[in-house]
Design a binder for this molecule. Structure first.
Ligand SMILES: NC(=O)c1ccc[n+]([C@@H]2O[C@H](COP(=O)([O-])OP(=O)(O)OC[C@H]3O[C@@H](n4cnc5c(N)ncnc54)[C@H](OP(=O)(O)O)[C@@H]3O)[C@@H](O)[C@H]2O)c1
Length: 223
């Protein structure tokens, strides 16, 4: 069993936390406000969950998911994440979530931003390709013929192994795309972001499972 800390407990954080408690993990949730503001989510998730500050969620966990609007990335606590494995779900969508000046100035690409902010953490990009409502729809037991794969990328092999084990427990296969820089191949605007979308209905329609082979074909389309 693993304790998973969440910095951000909104749509993606809440959906991943739900899968995590169902898999028998403990979760520590946080947002930008006081822990009490998360009482409804904690009540829904049950006794394996509790709320804390972002720094406490980072410090208490074996593995931390940062899943906040990217414009707020500087508020991710640095010190408690030193030497820790961090899952980065962040996508850059300036129209909906606000612009980040250093990205707009091309000082750094969006997919490397969190790692640059957390130079001593082992950041693994994952779950940034799945619409939050599709997470529970796609999760399957290991060995299910229609189990989906999710792309991951990171620079630290043991961190990727830990993240892949967590992903497996949540109901997905991890598909290792390579170093963190390669996560550009499943960033917004790439074919891999559409992997689980039903061609008939877009986001509102039920998700379409995607295997590792399906993902590989989509990733190959991004240079
Ligand atoms: N939604 C999706 O389907 C989806 C899919 C793939 C990737 N993503 C990416 O995943 C990230 C999260 O998306 P989301 O849709 O889950 O967002 P969301 O529903 O808006 O939730 C964001 C969460 O982050 C918290 N937060 C904001 N600033 C914070 C801070 N400084 N410290 C700690 N927590 C903070 C918010 O808490 P407050 O309520 O206190 O502000 C909220 O709990 C985004 O970067 C998005 O691009 C989303």
């Amino acid at each position: 069993m693993t304790t998973i800390g969440f910095i951000g407990s909104g749509r993606i954080g809440g959906a991943l936390a739900q899968l995590a408690v169902a898999a028998g993990h403990d979760v520590v949730l946080s947002n930008s406000r006081e822990p009490q503001s998360l009482r409804e989510l904690v009540a829904r998730l049950g006794s394996r969950s509790h709320a804390a500050s972002a720094a406490e969620a980072a410090a208490a966990a074996d593995l931390v998911v940062v899943t906040i609007p990217i414009r707020a990335y500087r508020q991710t606590p640095v010190e408690p994440l030193r030497g820790r494995v961090v899952i980065d779900t962040l996508n850059y969508d300036p129209a909906r979530q606000g612009a980040v000046p250093e990205i707009e100035a091309s000082d750094i690409p969006p997919h490397l931003l969190l790692q640059a902010h957390l130079p001593d953490a082992y950041v693994v990009k994952a779950f940034n390709t799945v619409f939050f409502q599709h997470l529970p729809q796609l999760a399957r037991q290991a060995g299910a013929p229609d189990r989906s794969a999710v792309p991951i990328a990171g620079d630290h092999a043991p961190a990727k192994t830990a993240v892949a084990a967590l992903i497996d427990s949540l109901g997905f296969d991890a598909y290792d795309v390579g170093p963190l820089a390669e996560s550009r191949r499943f960033a917004p605007g790439t074919p891999a972001q559409l992997a689980y979308l039903n061609p008939d209905g877009m986001f509102a329609a039920p998700a379409r499972p995607a295997s590792a082979a399906d993902l590989a074909a989509l990733l190959d389309k991004a240079n």
